[in-house]
Design a protein around this ligand. Structure first.
Ligand code: MSP
Length: 494
């Protein structure tokens, strides 16, 4: 059995979760579930990033002891993973003792190897981004992300990032798929080519972080602490290197530059790929607390249900691009595809089967070209989806299911089984059985994307074998099934 290790970023616990957190979780979950269907042994990790000045400040503003504050806020994120039906196999908190000790060991190793030295830092820092910026990177006195920066001067330990510039460049050159999509790869390349300064990796003017070993005046830079969660969380070394770190485009530099350099410094293997997705906006505007336009995932789930939310996030944007959340696009996307194409096909066929008391086990005979075309389209869908998923083209992968439902609808339209009921009962049976076969394939293929709805489809036909291989099988339905009156699985929304 092959291994597959996938991670989400670990989430800052300064506030409650928003659509961005839901998105990274759901996308990673789809990939993890898909890989399990390919029989991989999947380790899927997510968690919370709990140290640093941003979180310390958020706790102090609320007058709560920082540890108590993070314990409380972290609960929102553990609940979110459950409520989004995320199939993670671990949840790490960076305040866990294990993690802290792990990172201290890493520090000592870097120190031993001579990559850490003590000096003085003076420069710009953004608390919101927890990032250092060079003077020439600032735009009108702000960080490129638009966050405020403050001038900092303090005693600090440094990581010799500069010595890794050439090594990184030759690594990127040999591994053009390390950063996806390709436009992000170019971004990383030009950043590293522009020159790397050594990185300040400790702070002295606040305490909320992992102590630097043997120098407790210093706490570690939160990104050094956070990135190593990907290793500290592993109980079984067989999963390293990670197959993919799913991240948002705003945290690309940390993952594609600092992280590989840290790993090189301790002689660890580098992850295979980093996929940076885009950002969701709300009705064309950047989402921000100050604008008061934060999209609450619970509001959407309560109104439309989890699977509609998952479906929308996957289908609405090309994975890697920015997306624009709006109620209209949500309603349109769901009604046009999931309801009118997929749902309509399922409901039409299952109602006809039920009404005409068709035994879906009926052996289809004398197949026409049209029958064969639909059977083939069903079978071929799996390899099409797998090809897309290998390139992390989630929108396109799920699109294959929509196309299959469209083909199913056309097939039903062309063969008009309701007319055959009066003229050729035998042929009607064949048509409905072939259509039922496609519905079951749709149910099987939908499992990684909308697991609850897929289950309803497969439960309806009492399907036991729900593996991807079963798509090859033309006798999916068990001998003694009695179909009940079909209920609507994908109902229309307004
Ligand atoms: N703690 C760091 C990650 C450390 S990983 C070692 C962090 N946390 S975060 O909570 O601010 O962001 C988590 C993820 O949410 C990031 O991948 C970020 O890109 C994503 N999003 C935050 N806002 C977003 C949108 N509006 N849209 C899509 N994703 C966005 O960064």
């Amino acid at each position: 059995m092959k291994n597959f290790y996938i991670t989400t970023p670990i989430y800052y616990v300064n506030d409650k979760p928003h659509i961005g957190h839901a998105y990274t979780n759901i996308i990673s979950d789809v990939i993890a579930r898909f890989q399990r269907f390919l029989h991989k042994d999947v380790f899927f990790s997510t968690g919370t990033d709990e140290h640093g000045l941003k979180i310390d400040k958020a706790a102090k503003e609320k007058n709560i002891v920082t540890q108590e504050f993070v314990d409380e806020v972290a609960k929102n994120f553990t609940s979110l993973t459950k409520d989004l039906n995320i199939s993670n196999t671990s949840f790490i908190r960076t305040t866990d003792d294990n993690h802290k000790q792990f990172v201290q060991q890493v520090w000592n190793k870097m120190l031993e190897k001579g990559y850490i030295y003590k000096g003085n830092y003076s420069g710009w820092y953004s608390v919101r981004d927890e990032a250092y910026y060079k003077e020439e990177e600032l735009i009108d006195g702000l960080a490129p992300s638009g966050s405020a920066v403050e001038w900092m001067e303090e005693s600090s330990y440094f990581f010799q990032l500069s010595v890794f510039q050439d090594k990184l460049l030759s690594f990127y050159e040999k591994n053009p798929d390390f950063v996806k999509p390709a436009s992000r790869y170019q971004e990383v390349l030009s950043f590293v080519k522009s020159g790397l300064d050594d990185l300040s990796i400790s702070r002295t003017n606040f305490k909320w972080g992992i102590n630097v070993p043997d120098d407790s005046k210093h706490v570690m830079y939160v990104w050094l602490d956070a990135l190593f969660n990907y290793l500290s969380v592993l109980k079984d070394a067989k999963f390293w290197p990670a197959d993919v770190h799913i991240i948002g485009k705003d945290i690309l530099r940390f993952h594609a530059v600092y992280w590989p350099a840290f790993l090189m410094a301790i002689d660890e293997k580098l992850p295979i790929a980093i996929f940076a997705h885009g950002w969701w906006m709300n009705d064309g505007e950047k989402i921000s607390k100050s604008l008061g336009n934060v999209v609450d995932p619970y509001e959407i789930m309560n109104k439309f249900g989890l699977d509609y939310f998952r479906y929308y996030l996957i289908r609405e944007v090309t994975f890697g691009n920015d997306g624009n959340f709006s109620k209209n696009s949500f309603v349109d996307r769901i009604n046009a595809e999931l309801v009118n194409k997929v749902g309509n096909f399922i409901h039409r066929v299952s109602t006809l089967i039920y009404k005409n008391s068709i035994d879906p086990m009926h052996q289809s005979i004398d197949l026409t070209e049209d029958d064969q075309k639909l059977l083939d389209a069903s079978k071929n869908s799996l390899s099409k989806i797998t090809d897309h998923m290998e390139e992390y083209k989630l929108k396109e992968a799920l699109g294959v299911v929509v196309e299959l439902a469209e083909k199913g609808n056309a097939y039903i339209h062309n063969n008009a089984p309701w007319k055959l009921a009066k003229t050729d009962a035998k042929r009607m049976k064949t048509v409905l059985c072939i259509a039922a076969n496609t519905i079951i394939d749709i149910g099987i293929l939908l499992q990684p994307f909308v697991p609850d709805s897929a289950k309803k489809i497969l439960d309806y036909f009492s399907i036991e074998d729900r593996s991807f291989q079963s798509i090859e099988d033309s006798n999916k339905i068990s001998q003694d099934i009695t179909l009940s009156k079909p209920s609507i699985i994908f109902s229309k929304i307004e």
